[in-house]
Design a protein around this ligand. Sequence first.
Ligand SMILES: [Zn+2]
Length: 55
Amino acid sequence: MSERADHCTSSGVPLAQEGSTTFPCPGCFKPIGRSPRVRNQGVLYKCPECGFVGP
Ligand SMILES: [Zn+2]
């Protein structure tokens, strides 16, 4: 499982910045991207594939 998201799933910004993270969706294992900004703000993500919503 080495696939990584290259854009934030919540805000759509590219994940080049430090502090960004990517992890597999708990529902369908598609890569989810998180930018530092949405992490700091506690924005929920929604998987575009299966609709899973998480913190
Ligand atoms: Zn999913």
